[in-house]
Write a protein that binds this ligand. Structure first.
Ligand SMILES: Nc1ncnc2c1ncn2[C@@H]1O[C@H](COP(=O)(O)OP(=O)(O)O)[C@@H](O)[C@H]1O
Ligand SMILES: [Mg+2]
Length: 335
C-alpha cells in the first residue's frame, strides 16, 4: 500500500548571509491515512523547515534534496500547477499565529468559502453552505459566518483556521505549533477537536510542537527532532514514558504537564541550547548537552537503530547497544 506521506532522506539547506544553514539533515518519515504523527523538538531543530519543505513552501534558492511522496506523487518534482492543486486539495498547513492571518475586512464565512469556490466547481450558495457546515464541525455556531475576525476570541479564530484547512477536504493536515498561542484550556479543546476530525474523516495529521506532552496526548506516533534529524521515532506512549534517546528523555521531563505555560519558553532542566545549524558538533549532535554522554559520542554519528524489537528507533549509542551505525540514508527502513 502506498503511504499517504513518505519522506525519504530529506535534507534542506538555507543559503543566507551567514553561509549555508543545513536545517534538515536526512529525515525519513511515513504517515498513513488516519494516522497522527507528532514532531517534537526545541525551537531551531528544523521542525518548521521540514513542514515547509513537504509542500515546497521554502524561500526560493533553498536547496532541498531527498524525496517527498504524497499519495505516491513526488512533491519535489511536481510542476507549479500540480503543486497548487495538491496544496489545496491534497494537504493543508495550519501555522502558529495563522489566526492573525485572517483577513480583517472580510466575514468569516466568506473566507472559508473562498478556497472552495476557487478550487472546486460549486456555486456560491453551495460554497457558503459548506462553510456553514465546517463551522459546525469545528464547534462554532453557523451565525458566526457573518462575523469579522476581530469579533472572535483567539480560540475561535484558531477554529476558523482549522475549518479553512478542512475546506477542500485535504488528505493531510500539517499543524505547526497550531495551538501554542492559546491558553491551556482552549489548547486542550482545540487539540481534541483536531484529533476528533482526523479520526472521523480519515485524514493524516502531522502535528508539530516544541511540547512533547501536547503531542503525546494527541498523536499515536512521535518523532523527536534534534539539529535537523529525527533522533527517536515510535509509538507516542513509549517515546513519552520511556524515551530511548537522552534528548527525548530531556524533552519528556521538561514538559511534565500538557500545555504547561511555565515550560513553554525553554524546556525545564535542559541546559544550553540546540546547536546553530551552521556549526553542528561532530559525532552525536546532542553530545555536548547529554547527561549520559560516553567518550565515543563525540565521534560516533549514530543513525536510527531499532529498539523495543523494531517498533521504535533511536539514534543513540546506548540505544544501539552495538557498534555505532554509520549515518546516511535510512530509506527503506519504513520509519
Ligand atoms: N530562511 C532562513 N534562512 C536561513 N536560516 C533559516 C531560515 N529559516 C530558518 N532558518 C534556520 O533553520 C533552523 C531551523 O529553523 P526552524 O525550521 O524554524 O526550526 P523550528 O521550527 O524547529 O523552531 C534555525 O537555526 C533557523 O535559524
Ligand atoms: Mg517552528
Amino acid at each position: 500500500m502506498v503511504a499517504l506521506l513518505d519522506v525519504c532522506d530529506l535534507a534542506v539547506t538555507y543559503h543566507g548571509t551567514r553561509g549555508d544553514v543545513p536545517a534538515v539533515r536526512g529525515v525519513d518519515l511515513t504517515l498513513d491515512v488516519g494516522e497522527t504523527l507528532g514532531i517534537a523538538g526545541e525551537s531551531g531543530c528544523g521542525k518548521s523547515t521540514l513542514a515547509l519543505a513537504l509542500l515546497r513552501l521554502l524561500p526560493a534558492g533553498t536547496t532541498v534534496t531527498g524525496q517527498v511522496l504524497l499519495d505516491g506523487d513526488d512533491v519535489l518534482a511536481m510542476s507549479w500547477g500540480q503543486l497548487r492543486a495538491v496544496r489545496w486539495a491534497g494537504s493543508s498547513i495550519v501555522f502558529q499565529g495563522a489566526m492573525h492571518a485572517l483577513n480583517p475586512v472580510h466575514r468569516i464565512g466568506r473566507q472559508i468559502a473562498e478556497p472552495i469556490l476557487l478550487h472546486e466547481e460549486v456555486t456560491e450558495a453551495q460554497a457558503h453552505q459548506r462553510a456553514a457546515d465546517l463551522l459546525t464541525q469545528v464547534g462554532l455556531p453557523t451565525w458566526r459566518a457573518a462575523s469579522y475576525p476581530h469579533e472572535l476570541s483567539g480560540g475561535q479564530r484558531q477554529r476558523v483556521m482549522i475549518a479553512m484547512a478542512l475546506a477542500c477536504s485535504p488528505r493531510l493536515i500539517i499543524a505547526d505549533e497550531a495551538t501554542t498561542a492559546l491558553d491551556v484550556m482552549i489548547q486542550a479543546q482545540v487539540l481534541d477537536l483536531i484529533a476528533g476530525l482526523v479520526a472521523e474523516r480519515g485524514i493524516g495529521l502531522l502535528m508539530i510542537s516544541h511540547d512533547l506532552s501536547v503531542l503525546s496526548s494527541t498523536c499515536a506516533r512521535l518523532a523527536v527532532m534534534y539539529a535537523g534529524r529525527v533522533v527517536e521515532v515510535g509509538p507516542a506512549r513509549s517515546v513519552f514514558t520511556s524515551p530511548a534517546h537522552p534528548y527525548a528523555g530531556a524533552l519528556a521531563a521538561a514538559f511534565p504537564t500538557i500545555g504547561d505555560p511555565n515550560s513553554r519558553g525553554r524546556p525545564r532542566g535542559l541546559g544550553g541550547d540546540p546547536p546553530d545549524p551552521a556549526a553542528i558538533p561532530s559525532g552525536c549532535p546532542f553530545h555536548p548537552r547529554c547527561p549520559v554522554v560516553l567518550p565515543e559520542c563525540s565521534t560516533a554519528d549514530v543513525g536510527l537503530w531499532p529498539v523495543d524489537g523494531g517498533d521504535r528507533h533511536a539514534a543513540c549509542v546506548r540505544a544501539a547497544g552495538a557498534p555505532p551505525l554509520s549515518s546516511g540514508s535510512r530509506c527503506g527502513t519504513g520509519q
